[in-house]
Design a protein around this ligand. Structure first.
Ligand code: NAD
Length: 486
């Protein structure tokens, strides 16, 4: 392990380090490479951390947490605010780097960096004051929140830095030290975010470690990590919870989804179809709260299908300013989606547009946006989270029936209802089993509103005051007068 203290020199977007105890450290010959999904070329080398370095980072975090917890709230807010300004100042560099690791076209990459800045500032508008529960002559009872200590954040590859901010800000704002483990596919911007942060936070408050999946397990098992905030698949989420149970760590889990959109009979089919297609195909469907199943009332089914098909056919794939979506981020996900497409083919579902084969002339992990016309409810493309640009549209005619079909899943992240009749939309929306319900919109999130999954889509919340509380222990303080009056 080599380390240096060059954290104040200009950010170099071609060289990547772990960030441990306020220093940049490399792992010399033990490195790995991400893949640029547009070109399939190697991205730069990133470190692969050793157990020794994980222990060093946890020790540094423990030291930092003790001091950081004593720093007044307003000073923590100031540090995060200055950091937000610095991220904003480097937004275009970050966006260009984010493209190369995620496969996002430039405008989508810019949008993610802007959202990071919004979250950094948005969380700082929140507060978590102590609450007086009783204040009588004989007794005062106060509820207060104390930081848990060391929080590990484990992130997926689809929104690496937006999710970093969703995890890091609530932890650091409430006085914890935070260690980030980015996805092995997308470590680049995350390591640079952590490097930049060293100018604004004391050593050990915000560290980032690059490695394989094994690194995640080292953190969930570590006895001196008190909390894990995880975003990723349901299957790995279960492993994380199991591992955390051994030391009774606090966990926040944000997991997969299979969001339904219910389109009612009274909509303007053309305008609603475009909004639905945008929410389904943004980032080539690689969004936990992308629309993944569409239930369209039979009265408008043909019109909605026709517009979504037109949208999908016209959708521009690529990296440039005019591209709507890019390739799939990595080979594993690309192969998963191809397997789903093979299943579409072998079960003879109706493909309204698109293809079960990738384009032959684009290089990269591209999948052609594909619409499946009225598949059965038990088709894999309806039951599974596709996390890619394949969208099934199904017909409905009876409210109770469509609610039951929309809820017939072990997932419950988001759901939307589209109707001009807000009473009808709200009536349907209230029956949907999901942590986020949208009416005539989809996938809106803000720092002051809780973001959580019902059923197997998650546990706890990483946003809003609920997200701050998740990073704390709650403590009740009972005080009686010293003279013993009862
Ligand atoms: P993943 O579960 O494969 O990996 C997520 C992270 O966990 C990665 O950093 C990975 O290295 C790490 N990991 C793997 N094995 C581990 C283990 N045993 N212990 C600890 N960490 C381990 O998920 P992914 O493929 O990176 O992301 C896609 C999934 O994430 C989709 O299901 C998507 O819906 C979900 N997601 C959910 C949200 C949300 O907010 N609910 C947001 C984005 C993505």
């Amino acid at each position: 392990m080599a380390s240096n203290k060059a954290v104040f020199s200009p950010l170099d977007f071609d060289i990547f380090y772990n960030v441990i105890d306020g220093e940049l450290s490399s792992t010399q010959n033990n490195v790995r490479y991400g893949i640029n999904p547009f070109t399939l070329e190697n991205n730069p080398a990133v470190p692969v951390i050793s157990l020794h370095d994980v222990n060093r980072a946890v020790e540094a975090a423990e030291r930092a947490a003790k001091l950081w917890a004593k720093v007044p709230w307003d000073e923590r807010v100031s540090a995060i605010g200055e950091y937000a300004n610095a991220v904003e100042g480097k937004a275009e560099d970050f966006a260009r780097l984010l493209m190369k690791e995620t496969g996002k076209p430039i405008n989508l990459a810019r949008q993610e960096i802007n959202t990071c800045v919004e979250y950094l500032r948005g969380f700082c508008q929140l507060s978590l004051p102590s609450e007086v529960i009783e204040d009588t002559e004989n007794r005062k009872v106060v509820k207060r929140y104390t930081p848990v200590g060391v929080v590990a954040g484990i992130a997926p590859w689809n929104f690496p830095v937006q999710l970093l901010c969703m995890k890091m800000v609530p932890a650091v704002l409430t006085g914890n030290a935070f260690i980030l483990k980015p996805s092995p596919y997308t470590p680049y911007c995350s390591l640079k975010f952590a490097e930049l942060a060293q100018r604004f936070f004391p050593p050990g408050v915000f560290q980032a470690l690059s490695g394989d999946n094994d690194l995640g397990a080292l953190l969930t098992e570590h006895p001196n990590v008190q909390m894990v905030t995880f975003t990723g698949s349901i299957s790995v989420g279960k492993k994380v919870m199991e591992s955390c149970s051994k030391t009774l760590k606090r966990v926040v889990l944000e997991l997969g989804g299979n969001d339904p959109a219910i389109v009612c009979a009274d909509v303007d089919p053309a305008s609603v179809a475009v909004k639905i297609a945008s929410a389904a195909f943004c980032h080539s469907g690689q969004i936990c709260i992308a629309i993944k199943r569409v239930y369209v009332h039979e009265a408008v089914y043909d019109a909605v299908l026709a517009t979504i098909v037109e949208f999908a056919k016209a959708l521009k794939l690529g990296s440039g300013e005019d591209a709507f979506a890019g390739p799939i981020c990595n080979k594993d996900q690309f192969e998963r989606i191809r397997d789903l497409l093979l299943n579409v083919e072998s079960t003879k579902l109706t493909v309204a547009t698109g293809s079960t084969k990738p384009p032959s002339d684009m290089g990269g992990y591209y999948i052609i946006p594909t619409i499946i016309d009225n598949p059965p409810d038990d088709a894999r493309i309806v039951v599974e989270e596709q996390f890619g640009p394949i969208l099934p549209l199904m017909k409905w005619s009876d409210e109770a029936d469509v609610i039951s079909r929309a809820n017939n899943t072990s997932m419950g992240l988001g759901a939307s209802v589209w109707s001009r009749d807000i009473d009808q939309a709200e009536r349907l929306g209230k029956q949907l089993q999901a942590g986020n319900i949208w009416i005539n919109t989809h996938a809106e999130i803000q720092a002051s509103a809780p973001f959580s999954g019902h059923k197997q889509s998650g546990l706890g919340s990483a946003m809003a005051v609920e997200g701050l509380k998740a990073c704390c222990n709650v403590q009740s303080v009972y005080t009686r007068p010293a003279d013993g009056t009862a």
